[in-house]
Design a protein around this ligand. Sequence first.
Ligand code: GLC
Length: 431
Amino acid sequence: MTDVPPAASVEKFRDWRFGLFVHWGLYALPARHEWVKNRERLTDEDYQPYFDHFEPDLYDPTKWARAAREAGMKYAVLTTKHHEGFCLWDSAVSDYTVAKTAWGKDLVGPFVEACRAEGLGVGFYHSLIDWHHPEFPIDLVHPQRDDEEAIAKAAGRDIKVYAEYLHAQTRELLTNYGPIDIMWFDFSYPGRLYDDGRDGHGKGRDDWQSEKLMAMVRELQPDILINDRLDIPGDFVTPEQYQPDGPMQRDGVPVLWEACQTLNGSWGYDRDNLDWKSPELLVKMLVDSVSKDGNLLLNVGPTGRGEFDPRALATLASIGEWMRLHERSVRGARPSEYAAPPDSRFTQKGNRLYLHLFSWPMGHVHLSGLGGKVKYAQLLNDASEIKRIENDPHQTAQNTTMGGVSGDTLTLKLPIQKPNVLVPVIELFLS
Ligand code: GLC
């Protein structure tokens, strides 16, 4: 057992480049963000109707996995338990599970099987935080954080007992469902203070017993990748709701990373949310991540009936159409040593360099450093040739004759009409 994953797991993950995040739990029923219990300071009693009425009769994980595959995703990560504490599988150490709802049936197993049938890698998100467990100490992110009576009653809670529960459930998940590719814990907040400076009783590595937990995960699943939210270094870094400005590093050393992003700002189903990102923006985020040697994990929050809502499905389908034509500029691609022109990104795979144009220039695009280095160029969507112009450094500009351009700059002649795709890509064949 080592404290690093096998190199094969790392390269497989990097090649995937694009995955599906699924946030699903009781919070799909209030349908106003997965932190609804925290935001509205709901008690367990307030929250019980969602448990009582959880009935995902339209749940069909094959539809989820197929939508992901057709969107160009290669792995999927499901919330086995979110901060609310509700378990999507029949845990032997909890009654707050789907098995005890009227629905009664395991949701995790069918998800795993459907993902495998569609050729997707499988990941489990598992919340370190648990707002339902009787031994989880109330802290500054707990729904009862302002309830003095509840805080007094909870004074004797023992985080060690909760940690045993956390480890026991992690063991169940990594024992009962075969090979799992990713363990996505969430999240640590050691030393966090209330706004007025009071101790927020934040939780980190000692509370979770993170070293022991990570060692157990590796022992149960030797090929698994573990994320970075146990308050100890993980196998990959997880920027959330932002795009890094470049390849991510830890202490100056490049590190594996995956940006996790939402369709509309909410991880859980959020019925009235109108803050949807366009498919074009999401494709740009995917390309941006790959150009910086990262992955994109894009989230869908299914409804209380177990379906992806129409907006989510339409967005995934639009991305899928772009991936159908442009997949090879993303899958298995890496950053390029060449500097991309303004408002564009380069990705590269062997001697093929991909220029992703985030805005469509008028007539030409100039590629510094690539003069004399490209033997052919084409639009990737339809394989139509793009004419290359090798610049003469002695040529002066005259009327419509282009001049004054460095000889090590390659100029590409572009059609005026932008190709009818979300993000046009030019495939450059390096000499
Ligand atoms: C944050 C949110 C949590 C969400 C996670 C996804 O930790 O608190 O709700 O599951 O981000 O990365």
